[in-house]
Design a protein around this ligand. Structure first.
Ligand code: AOF
Ligand code: ZN
Length: 362
């Protein structure tokens, strides 16, 4: 129906409000409509708390009997931290349910839809499906793969450099781009760098914006070379910090543990961390999303290991030049253009002077 897309769009806008607060669960929005008027609306606000549908029912300004509910994600059918939403929909005598995207969660997939149809409810599927799926790329990846959705992020000059030949990288992009970086750090559950980057930049990897939520910090450190005096280790009691290592030296572990870090033992392949093993272990810890912030060697290894879902490149209108100046992906690289890692059609945005290009690996 022609209004379906309109109301689904509003439900998507509502769903987005949960961004950063609901991981590893999905962002979901719901709108209840009677005779073309919105009588209730809600979204999933916080992980483990009420689902979107329930919040929408709670907000109703009149009885939802005979109404249509628009939900961006298939209503759940299982008893989890919350009771199944399809039951609430039946109990509230809703006449029609319009669903944006299906839920691949094996606990849910299709079950609620069947039950609602049996109860005589008219169910419409896949309204603005692409938009609803885009909303929950992270959730869909995590719930099917059980490993985090990895976004490789870097800022580079027009000639593809991420630092000068002296290793200086502050700053490549302007204020607006850096603001967006901090917003993303708030939305993603974790952020990861290699120990080389830590030694070079001594970063904090925090979300320095109003109401920012700091991501869990992960250092890939095969040999445990991270200094205990680094900014990250010094703040590990306040912000969760994981040192992923293949070094089994218990005494070394102890020093990091006493500083507030967690040690995650990961197997190694030819003297480097096995990144597949690492992300499997991070998935087991319910980390659904991760920003990979370099450096260039770790980026190369991550691409090679096939653990990257998306590339986010900030491009600044300046040129560093220099044969020795690093670019975003090092390693050996591919031998032939046919072997390139391919990405889909990028989304492009302007952030002040800079360009943000985002694209998923195919
Ligand atoms: C949400 N919010 O609005 C919807 C969800 O443990 P529970 O009970 O919170 O259930 C989580 C699952 O419920 C989640 O993985 C997804 O499959 C389904 N739908 N979850 O957190 C919502 N509609
Ligand atoms: Zn639910």
């Amino acid at each position: 129906m022609e209004n379906d897309e309109h109301f689904m769009n509003l439900a998507i806008l509502l769903a987005r409000k949960g961004g950063g607060n609901v991981n590893p669960n999905p962002q979901v929005g719901a709108i209840i409509v009677n005779d073309g008027r919105i009588i209730g609306q809600g979204y999933h606000e916080k992980y483990g708390e009420a689902h979107a549908e329930i919040n929408a029912f709670k907000s109703c300004i009149e009885s939802p009997e005979g109404s249509t509910i628009y939900v961006t994600l298939e209503p759940c059918a299982h008893q989890g931290k919350q009771p199944p939403c399809f039951e609430a929909i039946i109990k509230n005598k809703v006449k029609r349910v319009v669903i944006g995207s299906l839920d691949p969660n094996p606990l849910v997939a299709g079950k609620g839809i069947e039950a609602m149809k049996k109860a005589g409810i008219d169910v419409s599927l896949k309204v603005l499906e692409k938009e609803c799926k885009d909303l929950n790329k992270i959730f869909f990846h995590y719930v099917t793969q059980r490993t985090p959705y990895v976004m490789m992020k870097y800022a580079m000059t027009l000639d593809g450099k991420i630092a000068t030949y002296k290793g200086q990288s502050k700053w490549i992009t302007g204020e607006k781009a850096r603001q967006k970086v901090h917003e993303d750090r708030s939305r993603f559950m974790a952020i990861m760098i290699g120990v080389e980057t830590l030694l070079k930049d001594d970063p904090q990897l925090t979300a320095r914006i109003k109401n920012g939520i700091n991501p869990i910090r992960i250092i890939c450190d095969t040999q445990l070379r991270t200094p205990l005096t680094s900014k990250i280790v010094s703040t590990a009691f306040e912000i969760p910090t994981i040192i992923a290592t293949s070094n089994e030296n218990i005494q070394k572990h102890q020093a990091f543990i006493e500083a507030g870090c967690e040690i995650l033992l990961v197997s190694s392949i030819s003297k480097h961390l096995d990144l597949k093993d690492l992300i499997t272990k991070l998935g087991e810890r319910e980390i659904d999303s991760l920003i990979l912030e370099g450096g260039a060697r770790l980026n190369a290894s991550a691409l090679k290991a096939g653990i990257v879902q998306k590339v986010q490149a900030y491009i600044a209108p300046k040129i560093f030049g220099g044969k020795e100046a690093p670019s975003s992906v090092e390693g050996l690289g591919v031998e032939h253009p046919d072997q390139a890692y391919l990405l889909d059609r990028p989304q492009v945005a302007y952030l002040g002077e800079d360009i943000l290009l985002e694209s998923e690996l195919i």
